[in-house]
Design a protein around this ligand. Sequence first.
Ligand SMILES: Nc1nc2c(ncn2[C@@H]2O[C@H](COP(=O)(O)O[C@H]3[C@@H](O)[C@H](n4cnc5c(=O)[nH]c(N)nc54)O[C@@H]3COP(=O)(O)O)[C@@H](O)[C@H]2O)c(=O)[nH]1
Length: 708
Amino acid sequence: MQNVSTISDIADRIDPVLPSFTNSQLYDLFRDQPELMVVAVVNAQGGVLGLMERHDFNLKMAAEYGRALFGAKSVTTMMDASALTVDVATPLRDFTQASLADRPSELMRGFIVTRDGRYEGVGTTLSIMKAISQDLQDTLTQQRDMMADLIRVSAESQRHQTFLNTIIQTIPAMVLVKGAHDSKIRLINPAGETMLGVTSAEVIGKTSHDIFAPDQAAQFARSDRRALDSAEAVMIEEEAIYNGCGERVVQLKKTVLRTPEGEADAILTLGIDLTEQKHAQAQIAQLAHFDPLTGLANRALYATEIDKALARVQRQGHRIALLCLDLDRFKAVNDSYGHLTGDALLCQVTERLKLCLRKGDFMARMGGDEFAIIQNIDRPEDAQYLAERLIDAVKDPFVVRDARLDIGLSVGIALAPDDGADAHNLLSRADMALYRVKGDGRNGWCYYRAEMDEQLQARVEMERDLKIALAEGQFQLYFQPLLNLDSGDIVSFEALLRWHHPVTGMVSPAVFIPLAEDCGLIGALGEWVLREACRQAAAWPQPWRIAVNISPLQFRHGSLPGLVRKTLKATGLDARRLELEITESVLLADETHNLKVLNQIKGMGVRIAMDDFGTGYSSLSYLRTFPFDKIKIDQSFVRDLPHDRNATSIIRAITEMARSLGVEITAEGVETPAQLDALRAMNCREAQGYLIGRPAPGIEAYAPRKCA
Ligand SMILES: Nc1nc2c(ncn2[C@@H]2O[C@H](COP(=O)(O)O[C@H]3[C@@H](O)[C@H](n4cnc5c(=O)[nH]c(N)nc54)O[C@@H]3COP(=O)(O)O)[C@@H](O)[C@H]2O)c(=O)[nH]1
């Protein structure tokens, strides 16, 4: 009962009557106040004497002679002197429970309410019923409100529960709850099932020891213990092998769930499988530091390692050697057999080179066919010994995709601290030494020497001078005659470029042509040579042919057929008088494109000759690739005539093969009559060399005349 709590709340404060009040007066009172049910009779001090109850009183008064008998008498004659009295402070619930249980009939007659034993008011069953009814009403409303609240709270809690469940079920992280005391698993989500290789049904109610191998279970127990001993959540990264899941790297966050009293109740473990992430990180690190083809360290890692090695050199007085390695003829292999073969060759080379290294040596692939090694050495000679081992290792042919490949190795060496203590300097010095090996014919090794710096400097200066030379017209063409051995006529001239350096004098094309190729000037230089050669030849008194050397790089820059067409047109030279000399490297590089270019030029009527025949990698095979008009036998074979049997048989084989193919032959570098005789005997039809005529600035000396 919320509002009505004591009898006081339901007591009707009805004026009582004194004993002097007569029954007739009371009769009138009841008649005048129809709702008046009971009236108390009190003495002058307010003490309770009895209670008059309306129905009972009216019944008595209505009886035969009732009013006549009792009307004038005091109300005390008809009152209920033993009426129920109850103190005003009595809890209503107690009163109604007790009175309804013990004296329900009395309660029906009404009762007197007293305060300290004195009259306070009267009560009736009606007032009680009203109070109870009101109370019930209140309670019902209250209960309805409570029910609504309950329904709302329960719906909300249901929603929260569903929300949490959805998260737990779908979160891509393991959620695992274990009892803090019994270590039994209470909950595991699907991500946890996958991560641990178990099903929820298998593990709920079990401990790690029931499920996992002893080592793994012990690892779990240790990390749980750490969580229990810690006031905060603990983060753990560990390697683990769960049921049939292989080795994994996991990150676990363990939080102890406590009761409101602060006691550990459960351990919540959130787990993320980092295996893939670690794997990806490792792959990124691998790619960042290692060459994917050979698995060797790459240039970036090499730079780090060399810094470390140089720091050791400084701190501990060690010595190291830097070896720069470059494969010989690798480009030819790559261009002839394709990149797949080139890649496979690099892998095989790597394996052979690795076998030459000792503990502590470090090797990297710097790119292409370049490798570099950091070697810990005691004496400078140690580097030389390693270089020799490396060169020896690639000496035997490689067999790649059914092809037998011969390559070589050039090694440049710089020492620290002897040649410097700075990584950049040392590397460029080892490179200089390598460059020297290459220049000296490859397949060898060389230590850096101080004068190489000067040579490099000289090269830089020459590059600069070359640009100036082109702009200032310091070039000149020399012409060397070619003799027809049958007719004894000069039939052709080869244009040979000369550079008159204003300070150093004449510079050999053998020196500056490679430089022009390196620094990108060969295009402009070659264009000048072609134009100048055609211009001069067009003015010759005889229709001699003019042979012009074309660098392989001229095939890359711009349109060579366009240039030839334009030049012929501009100079008026008959296309049939022009012969372009190319070396086999033109066909080694970008064969399809270069063949197309050659065919276009040949289509204009220009002749194509293969220069330096016999020196290349597979000269013979190129004769099948393109219909050359002429083969020029390299002077290295002619030099050994007439006595060298090898040279003789090679030249004989070439001349015979050329005849069968219908290709003209020229022997280069003829210096002696004996060589000329030997060539004649071998049916060689054309010759060039100092014996016939040295390169000269003009052709005047060869104006119509016959030669022996
Ligand atoms: N791309 C271009 N290359 C050119 C051009 N001009 C020349 N070159 C190439 O430079 C190399 C060196 O040429 P050079 O010093 O002119 O030497 C040539 C002849 O002088 C030399 N030769 C001729 N006869 C003899 C001889 O009897 N003995 C002997 N020791 N040397 C002799 O041979 C060179 C000609 O060689 P080749 O071209 O192979 O016919 C050289 O490779 C030139 O090709 C140019 O304009 N563009």
